[in-house]
Design a protein around this ligand. Structure first.
Ligand code: NAP
Length: 317
């Protein structure tokens, strides 16, 4: 289905010009995927910076202006803001255009954007499973999506040609494309992305609140493991507030399971159950091997960090 589809669009509107919008702009430039890229951001500073960097051809101070005449519209603002943006662009969305997004949750996107999609516009929500802890227009880069999955969640009955074109577009941006039902997407991402971020926010917050261990000790000895959590815990607060509020049920379900498993681990330690601990740690080690084998992680030890420092890190553990 995707072989014949054209990944090129005459006019693309990028609504939101931060890490993901910027990276899409760069990836489109790299693959020559757009005749014209029109960008919208809230602030004058972001719009100006996007033009300076050059990943858009024009910037607009209203989302509706950017969307006029676009064949592909990609919503790249935080999940909590897309409903309002969709209401603004509704009157100018072109018949036959594809409307998509990059939000980290999908049920809430259908709820908030769905009612604003005019007849004749193909609404195909999406989520690239790629990111960093950086935000803003300077954070974007063309390779962000290379070999990373992009999950599309079209509802049954959506135009097949439009789905094929959007698939071809993401593939041309470097991604591999998969399809999921929106509710299932939110459950899968709750365990693979949302829960790990919440655990990281929590552990870093706990360390920051400690009184008997000083903040300078936490930082000095962070190579013992703590610093690997700090990368996730440095992620954008607006984005993660919105993810928590809009994927509440799935996140609470996963947090419940996590708490039960943590209590079980606590019991293994209290009872001195070395075999139980060893069995769990062996099982979890195999998961990392599977992720590396699937090409979703750098196989170099210590996340590919400088080997000299890696030796130091081992000493610290
Ligand atoms: P970002 O770097 O913070 O950029 C957000 C952009 O949206 C900026 O251009 C910002 O404009 C604009 N914006 C923010 N709040 C807005 C509002 N209330 N109304 C209108 N525009 C607003 O964010 P990002 O990391 O690219 O994330 C964007 C989307 O991608 C989110 O939905 C997120 O769930 C999803 N996503 C993120 C990642 C990740 O790792 N970061 C990965 C996959 C998917 P100003 O700069 O002018 O404020």
């Amino acid at each position: 289905m995707t072989d014949a589809a054209d990944p090129h669009f005459k006019r693309v509107a990028l609504i939101g010009l931060g890490l993901i919008g910027g990276s899409l702009g760069h990836a489109m430039r790299r693959g020559k995927l757009a005749g014209h890229i029109a960008g919208y951001a809230r602030s004058d500073a972001t719009r100006k910076r996007a033009m300076e960097i050059g990943f858009v051809d024009s910037v607009h101070s209203s989302a509706a202006d950017a969307v006029k005449d676009a064949d592909l519209v990609i919503l790249c603002t935080p999940v909590g803001s897309v409903g309002e943006v969709a209401a603004e662009i509704e009157p100018v969305l072109k018949k036959g255009a594809i409307l998509t997004d990059v939000g980290s949750v999908k049920v809430a996107i259908f709820r908030d954007v769905g009612p604003h999609v005019p007849d004749g516009v193909h609404f195909i929500p999406g989520h690239p499973i790629a990111g960093t802890e950086e935000s803003g227009p300077d954070a974007g880069f063309a390779e962000l999506f290379d070999d990373r999955w992009c999950i599309l969640t079209p509802l049954p009955g959506v135009d097949r040609d439009a789905v094929a074109r959007l698939t071809a577009f993401w593939e041309a941006c470097g991604s591999r494309v998969d399809f999921m039902e929106p509710k299932h997407h939110d459950l899968v991402l709750a365990i693979t992305s949302h829960l790990p971020h919440l655990i990281a926010y929590n552990i870093v917050g706990t360390a920051d609140d400690m009184e008997t261990v000083t903040r300078s000790e936490v930082i000095k000895y962070s190579a013992g493991g703590f610093r690997d959590f700090t990368r996730l815990a440095a992620s954008d607060p607006t984005m993660w507030r919105d993810v928590c509020l809009s994927n509440k049920d799935a996140i609470l379900e996963m947090l419940g399971r996590f708490s039960e498993d943590l209590a079980a681990l606590q019991r293994l330690i209290r009872w001195g159950d070395g075999d139980g601990l060893f069995e769990l740690f062996t099982r979890t080690r195999a998961i990392r091997r599977s992720i590396i084998d699937a090409g979703q992680e750098n196989p170099a030890p210590n996340f590919g960090r400088n080997p000299t420092h890696a030796a130091d890190d081992k000493k610290d553990q």
